[in-house]
Design a protein around this ligand. Structure first.
Ligand SMILES: [Zn+2]
Length: 179
């Protein structure tokens, strides 16, 4: 979590997820934040980021991400990396993921949040808040790489029933377990 008013979140090549505090009003609740985290985690576990960064020849950023976690860096190194990523974003390196990658991240992310005990139905509410926000004068930065298409909403609606079992299992009280 980075204290910064930007309404954004992204995944580093090494799998570290960076969430700016600015996006918290949009995530609104824990399940909303779990939607963003699950989605970004899925980009990481499906290796979307690494693929994309190498494609864009940002080898240096990738190396930093792979070699050391953000947590292992001192403040100055973190600032440097964030600056590089910021510059990358400006020069179009942090391009939107392809529709396929986005769909995969939504699908896998939904499973992650359900298994972690967050109501997967909240993901719909989050993306709808994002869509509503995109109409504003200053759409969230997250929107530029994560446009809310009708397909995104429609696919989530079809996938939610698949993960409800996982969610119910994760939230079942321990006392209900068989001895
Ligand atoms: Zn994404």
């Amino acid at each position: 979590m980075v204290r910064d008013p930007q309404q954004n979140a992204f995944c580093l090549p090494g799998g570290k997820i960076c969430v700016y505090t600015g996006i918290l009003p949009l995530t609104a609740n824990d399940a909303g934040l779990a939607t963003v985290m699950g989605h970004e985690m899925a980009h990481a576990t499906c290796h979307h980021g690494a693929e994309r960064v190498f494609k864009n020849n940002m080898t240096q950023v990738a190396m930093m991400g792979v070699q050391g976690s953000m947590g292992g860096m001192d403040h100055h190194q973190q600032q440097l990396l964030m600056g590089m990523l910021g510059a990358g974003a400006k020069f179009g390196v942090l391009l939107p993921f392809s529709r396929d990658h986005e769909s995969e991240a939504d699908h896998v992310g939904l499973k992650y949040m359900a298994r972690a005990g967050y109501d997967p139905r909240e993901s719909l509410a989050f993306w709808k808040r994002m869509a509503a926000h995109s109409q504003g004068q200053q759409p969230p930065e997250f929107m530029s790489t994560h446009p809310v298409h009708e397909t995104r909403i429609r696919q989530l609606e079809t996938w939610i029933p698949e993960v409800m079992d996982d969610y119910e299992h994760a939230t079942k009280p321990v006392t209900a377990e068989a001895p």
